[in-house]
Ligand binder design. Structure first.
Ligand code: SAM
Length: 273
């Protein structure tokens, strides 16, 4: 006899936690179940029990399921247009104001996975600084955080395979990376000012007074209650007048919503009033 749907979900989640330290308890259950069923169908397993047995004995299937859940899925310049928008509408004016008024430009890449998003931001800032041709550029601090210690360790290493370099054009690849065998390493000047840390967005953030926060493709996995908690944390971590960029499919919910004005709807760029 097969196990119940609820039992199936619970046991798969327990496996992912034990095997990979991924806690899906706060994620939308319907999303989690849909992803599990999708993998069950593709794997050829006859029912919940046989899929569970396959999953617990197979690293490959565990990876496939995590892929279906889009956990840690990321790439450089994910949604190219969004980062173009972020460069011209956020980084450029922020750099100009730091040059005028002084101070460090502080950006938080929240839920940064393996670091591609954080380094993308560092590239965007470096490119904007080049255009300014100023004598002394503002000091920049970019903080990347993620709940997954494995992802953060990879982000800190800053070493990527050819496949992981997807999204980067030749110019940036040659300028900001060094080829070492079949790997690509982030060059030292780009790492300067970039820091990574393990941090759960459900906990009060360790940093505050950020000029901009990029939190993309993270919220979609949260239940409504958790979404509200995270939104409140992002809101508090942002200085007044600071910018927030979400993922293309994401919308801001919860109490702080009214305290933001839309800067660019398509690219989900908001500004704290
Ligand atoms: C799909 S990736 C998005 C990565 C990147 N922001 C992007 O858009 O390319 C989602 C990331 O959110 C992280 N994440 C999930 N829940 C989290 C939480 N509670 N706190 C911090 N990070 C979390 C996951 O570990 C994963 O690396």
């Amino acid at each position: 006899m097969d196990i119940s749907e609820q039992d199936f979900v619970t046991r798969v989640m327990r496996h992912l936690f034990r095997a990979r330290g991924i806690d899906l308890s706060g994620y939308s259950q319907s999303f989690v179940l849909r992803s599990m069923k999708k993998r069950l169908g593709r794997s050829g397993a006859a029912d919940y029990s046989s899929y569970l047995s396959l999953l617990t004995h197979s690293e490959v299937e565990t990876n496939e399921l995590l892929g279906a859940l889009s956990i840690n899925v990321t790439e450089f310049f994910r949604d190219k247009g969004a980062f173009e928008g972020f460069s011209s509408q956020v980084i450029r004016p922020l750099l100009a104001s730091k040059i005028r008024e002084g101070g460090v430009l502080r950006i938080w890449s929240a839920g940064c996975a393996t670091g591609q998003e954080t380094y993308t931001l560092a590239i965007c800032v470096a490119e904007e600084i080049k255009k300014l041709q100023c004598i002394s550029a503002p000091v920049v601090g970019i903080q990347g955080t993620d709940i997954s210690s494995k992802a953060v360790a990879k982000a800190k290493a800053g070493v990527y395979t050819k496949t992981e370099m997807k999204g980067l054009n030749e110019k940036y690849l040659n300028h900001y990376f060094e080829k070492n065998g079949d790997r690509y390493e982030v060059v030292q000047p780009l790492r300067k000012g970039v820091r990574f840390a393990v941090e759960n967005l459900l906990d009060p953030p360790s940093g505050s007074y950020y000029d901009a926060i990029v939190c993309r493709n993270v919220m979609i996995y949260f239940t409504r209650t958790m979404h509200d908690v995270v939104t409140m944390h992002l809101f508090k971590a942002l200085r007044s007048g600071g910018y927030l960029m979400l993922g293309r499919t994401e919308t801001l919910m919860g109490t702080p919503r009214a305290s933001f004005e839309v800067v660019d709807l398509e690219n989900r760029i908001l500004r704290k009033k």
